[in-house]
Design a binder for this molecule. Structure first.
Ligand SMILES: Nc1ncnc2c1ncn2[C@@H]1O[C@H](COP(=O)(O)OP(=O)(O)OP(=O)(O)O)[C@@H](O)[C@H]1O
Ligand SMILES: [Mg+2]
Length: 436
């Protein structure tokens, strides 16, 4: 992409660094922004376009750089400013976007204060309203906003075009001021999306500045991650196009079309199941809670984090609501890790039951059930929306899935299959009708 941008960003960073030092009152440690800001994202930092769309492949550093751009406003711009950060649901935003904002404030040495009653983040002279755009209350809140200086719509593909128009009105509705900006980021998934229509097909293409990035523009991306993403080319060219090349594509052969519900229904459940999938450096560890009533299931993501040791994972699972002594199911191929979880307090950890021909079996088993996802499960939802079957050379779907972003899905599979087996549901094997 913009690799010649390095000297530019260095100049920009020095300016910012001086400004930061100037406003810091002297005794704060100096931070070298050259080590913190993404050198390939100069155009993101410099853009003053009224609408800025940052799109492209997975792990490109889009969200981190947008968070940096917003936080730097608190240093660079004098005067009070008001912004909005929005994602489809506030619950998703709290688990993902807000987490990024907090990490970046820390990296930039800025004090970020979060009012968790009203969901407002404050840093310097900047107030940032954090909101979903999902229900009546969210919409009322957004309609009441005036004089907004900027909006960051994270994962724009989750919003509707009406939502986007409404957000634009919040920015333009007030007095005209320089520097007002709508920023959005997304993966170019699905040419049927309104975003493709608005930004590329319908001739409105000149309204938004569009910047495309890929994982190759992210100097912090881990090598294994890049290789894994690259290797998807042989399994599914469309997946590769979207998530590695960051170009518009249409995913084919999506396995689960589970819907998203905001809340659990007010019914009695037959059981609540807990399960997890191990992960560490590149792959996150995932823990889910599953509510079952007869053959219907509701899945909720509890933990989805990289870098946790088994001890931290046991603690995170308990803190997120897994009762330490309730049974919880994990990959049976990792008995040592399961034992560590047990020793570290998650006493109910046990190996999952795998059906015959396990991965394909798990998929077929889940396909035979009615399954919903809770709206506060952003990573699970993102996984499910891009969970596709591998393709053969002619582009026809094969039975097995692409093994890419499937961590929360695996956790859910362990939970649902193991609980069903424990509950006495007979598993009929794929070959020869063996009862498992
Ligand atoms: N400026 C940075 N400093 C340190 N690490 C970074 C920086 N930018 C990105 N990263 C690393 O790269 C990862 C991916 O970045 P980010 O989440 O911003 O990507 P993205 O393009 O928004 O991906 P997605 O399309 O999946 O949302 C981060 O989790 C972080 O580990
Ligand atoms: Mg992102």
């Amino acid at each position: 992409m913009n690799r010649i941008g390095r000297p530019l960003v260095a100049i920009l960073a020095v300016v910012m660094l001086n400004a930061a030092a100037g406003s810091a009152g002297g005794d704060r440690p100096r931070i070298n922004l050259n080590n913190i800001l993404n050198p390939f994202h100069t155009e993101i930092f410099q853009s003053e376009d009224p609408e800025l769309w940052v799109y492209g492949g997975a792990g490109a550093g889009k969200s981190y750089s947008i968070a940096d751009k917003i936080l730097l406003k608190s240093i660079l711009n004098p005067g009070r400013q008001k912004g909005v950060i929005v994602r489809k649901t506030l619950a998703s935003l709290r688990k993902t976007t807000l987490d990024i904002l907090e990490r970046r404030a820390e990296a930039l040495g800025l004090n970020l204060f979060i009012d968790r009653q009203n969901w407002i983040a404050r840093v310097g002279n900047l107030s940032i309203i954090l909101t979903g755009m999902n229900n009546k209350d969210d919409h009322l809140k957004i309609k009441s906003l005036t004089d907004v200086d900027f909006v960051w719509a994270n994962e724009l593909t989750e919003l509707r075009e009406d939502d986007y128009r409404e957000l634009l009105l919040r920015i333009r509705g007030g007095e005209t001021k320089l520097g007002r900006q709508m920023i959005a980021d997304f993966n170019p998934i699905g040419k049927t999306s309104w975003i493709y229509d608005r930004g590329w097909a319908r001739g409105l293409d000149r309204t938004a500045r569009k910047l495309r990035y890929t994982v190759l523009d992210n100097p912090w991306a881990q090598k294994e991650y890049v290789e894994h993403l690259k290797s998807t080319a042989s399994d599914d060219p469309n997946f590769y196009k979207i998530y590695f090349l960051g170009e518009w594509g249409e995913l084919k052969g999506i396995i689960f079309n589970w819907d998203v519900v905001d809340e659990l229904p007010a019914i009695g459940f037959d059981e609540i199941i807990f399960a997890g999938d191990f992960g560490y450096s590149v792959d996150p560890a995932a823990v889910v809670r599953i509510y079952r009533r007869a053959d219907e299931y509701w899945i909720e993501e509890l933990v989805y984090t990289t870098g946790l040791t088994n001890r931290d994972l046991a603690r995170a699972a308990i803190a997120a609501g897994v009762p330490a002594s309730s049974e919880n199911f994990w990959d049976s191929a990792e008995p040592k890790s399961i034992e560590e979880l047990r020793l570290d307090g998650l006493r109910g950890a046990k190996p999952a039951t795998k059906g015959p021909g396990s991965v394909k079996f798990g998929i077929d088993f889940l396909l035979s059930k009615k399954i919903h996802m809770l709206g506060n499960s952003p990573n699970l939802i993102k996984e499910v929306r891009s969970y596709v079957r591998k393709k053969d050379r002619d582009g026809k779907s094969l039975p097995e899935p692409m093994e890419y972003n499937d961590h929360a899905i695996k956790a859910a599979t362990y939970g649902i299959v193991s609980a069903a087996h424990r509950g006495g549901q007979a598993f009929v094997g794929q070959s020869g009708g063996e009862v498992y």
